[in-house]
Design a protein around this ligand. Structure first.
Ligand SMILES: [Zn+2]
Length: 146
């Protein structure tokens, strides 16, 4: 494991008090090679979330914090929905890339509202997936809470 992911998760979770009762685990996976850094969540019945971190051994902790904050923001948006609504929405996102893109931006903004805007920008720049507009939106959230 590149660093103590459990410790980083515990630290980032403090900023997401609405998830304090959720069961969230974290796993390190060797990067399968489709990018320098990715995270994903798997939802296991009954409502256990596993954040999987695929990363290089020397990834900066700030990037990992950004990735975890992003996944926790996904959980915020799903933890109160029914299983059926989650599946329907996932299906829509998989089949409509524009919807997915909008959803991912909303998730980033949610993470920014929880204090992780700068890490999210750092992560997006690192993976090469950002636009000026997206950075501006996130910086507005950063400014609103500081
Ligand atoms: Zn996402």
């Amino acid at each position: 494991m590149p660093m103590d992911l459990e410790e980083i998760l515990a630290e980032v979770r403090i900023a997401f008090p609405e998830l304090s009762k959720e069961k969230i685990e974290i796993n390190y996976r060797k990067n399968p090679g489709d990018g320098p850094f990715t995270t994903q969540i798997t939802i296991c019945a009954p409502r256990t979330y596993i954040i999987e971190v695929f990363t290089e051994l020397n990834a900066k902790p700030e990037l990992i914090r950004g990735g975890i904050a992003h996944e926790l923001a996904h959980i915020i948006r799903t933890h109160k929905k029914s299983e059926l609504r989650i599946r329907t929405y996932d299906w829509l996102c998989e089949n409509f890339p524009r919807l997915r893109r909008r959803d991912e931006t909303e998730v980033d903004l949610e993470a920014a509202r929880h204090g992780y805007g700068r890490q999210i920008i750092e992560l997006r720049v690192y993976v090469g997936d950002y636009s000026r507009e997206m950075v501006d939106k996130i910086m507005k959230e950063v400014a609103a809470i500081t």
